[in-house]
Ligand binder design. Structure first.
Ligand SMILES: Cc1cc2nc3c(=O)[nH]c(=O)nc-3n(C[C@H](O)[C@H](O)[C@H](O)COP(=O)(O)OP(=O)(O)OC[C@H]3O[C@@H](n4cnc5c(N)ncnc54)[C@H](O)[C@@H]3O)c2cc1C
Length: 409
């Protein structure tokens, strides 16, 4: 929503920034760090606290995988990110990224042709000189005893992958941004944008403050299309179930006997993590169709039906977990674009405004390169990975391109 210049003098005017970032999730904090390193004056608004408990980026773990089926661009992007994750572990003196490996389980022998995501990922890793291992049922039984080898006759294991403690990553980057000179304004929710002569010159917050900026970068995740209705036709906000279990046999669910895994994901959506080093829980979630939700009006709950389907999956695939207690559930929101690529571009009709959102359930792993991508685009330049994430028109015929995603046929 846009308001004209003459209204500004009635409210409390805050500082002027070169770049004002709306939203302190992974898109916002990585963009802030990149812009600060380019010597800009940066402010960040978020209803807070940062990391925000309802933000998609705020979680105990997110998958970091190069496995993207036939899509080599995402594979190469994550290959670069994995070096970045190691560098952050070094820089922050903390293991925020755990390289536990990534196990793709197949319900059918690959020759049956039903596991294209897994087969193409494996081929592309080999082509790029990585060393994923192909496992038959016996090798699976020996190496990863928690899984039911009668259900998964074949699997692929890639040691160069793992998970990131995303909530702690956002906190570390926010603290780093402050060290670099950022002003983070918690308790500030962007409500509307000041526009003058076809240019966005600042943000009005719901709390009654006004922030002036040379350029505004909106990284509001699932709220983004509600700030710009012109994005609505290209995006959907979908909620996805997450479960934490307390394993009664924790030794079975710790690396190296257990790793980040996908269980025939493109046909079921199921994936999960080894027992968490801090929380001591096994997190399992579903990367599927999800339920369309409004980020503020609708409840974000996991239903009895979700739990029923989850228990069914466990009984079949991970019998040792089937009766263990669920100690936490959450329905977390994706800012889905209809094609599954991100949305990182300057507004086509309004100067002084960039939108960086559309994580579509798979952007967290890209954190080490996201910031530079957003900063370069906001400066008016390009980035080697930015082309497919530009402002575009999508239709109801547009197909979801992310191959791991369990989707409507
Ligand atoms: C269940 C689930 C599992 C996932 N698993 C993975 C995974 O394994 N691997 C992976 O790579 N990715 C995964 N993702 C995707 C990834 O988490 C997201 O793509 C990414 O975190 C999105 O980051 P964001 O900064 O766009 O949004 P968010 O993290 O949601 O941050 C948006 C921020 O904007 C703030 N905000 C909103 N409105 C306003 C406003 N009006 N004014 C100011 N601030 C505002 C919010 O408070 C929030 O802090 C998963 C996502 C979900 C939901």
């Amino acid at each position: 929503m846009f308001i004209s210049e003459h209204f500004v003098f009635k409210i409390k005017r805050m500082k002027h920034f070169d770049f004002l970032i709306v939203g302190a999730g992974i898109f916002g904090v990585t963009a802030a760090v990149a812009l600060l390193k380019r010597k800009y004056k940066v402010g960040i608004l978020d209803p807070g606290p940062v990391p925000h408990p309802l933000a998609a980026s705020t979680d105990i773990s997110k998958v970091v995988r190069m496995e993207y089926g036939a899509d080599r661009e995402y594979m190469d992007m994550v290959a670069e990110c994995i070096d970045g994750w190691h560098a952050w572990n070094e820089q922050f003196g903390d293991t925020l990224y755990h390289e536990t490996g990534f196990l793709m389980l197949c319900r059918q022998p690959v020759e049956a042709g039903l596991n294209q995501f897994e087969a193409a990922s494996y081929e592309n890793l080999l082509l790029k000189g990585y060393h994923p291992v192909r496992l038959d049922a016996n090798a699976l039984r020996a190496g990863f005893p928690a899984f039911n080898p009668d259900v998964y006759p074949e699997a692929f294991f890639n040691p160069k992958a793992g998970f990131a403690e995303s909530g702690r990553v956002v906190r570390a980057l926010a603290e780093y941004a402050i060290q670099l000179g950022a002003d983070i304004f918690e308790g500030q929710t962007a409500g509307s944008f000041n526009q003058s002569g076809g240019r966005v010159t600042g943000v009005f917050t719901r709390e009654g403050d006004y922030f002036e900026a040379g350029h505004t970068v909106v990284c509001a995740g699932a709220y983004t299309p509600y700030l710009f209705s012109e994005l609505m036709p290209n995006m959907r906000i979908t909620g996805h179930p997450v479960f934490h279990l307390k394993p009664s046999r924790p030794e079975l669910f710790a690396a190296p006997l257990f790793s980040v895994f996908t269980a025939d994901i493109s046909n079921t959506g199921w994936y999960g993590f080894p027992s968490h080093p801090r929380e001591k829980v096994v997190k399992i979630a579903n990367h599927g169709i999800g339920v369309e939700l409004h980020p503020e009006r609708d409840e974000r709950v996991v239903t009895e039906q979700d739990v029923f389907l989850f228990r069914q999956f466990l009984r079949e695939s991970l019998p040792a977990l089937a009766n263990d207690p669920i100690v936490f559930t959450r329905r977390c929101l994706y800012n889905d674009t209809l094609d599954g690529h991100f949305w990182i571009d300057r507004h086509p009709a309004l100067a002084g405004l960039t939108v960086a959102a559309g994580g579509s359930g798979h952007a967290l792993k890209m954190a080490p390169v996201l910031g530079d991508m957003i900063a370069s685009v906001a400066e008016g330049g390009g980035h080697k990975w930015s082309a497919r994430h530009r402002w575009r028109s999508l239709t109801s015929d547009t197909k979801q391109a992310e191959e791991a995603r369990f989707k409507l046929q």
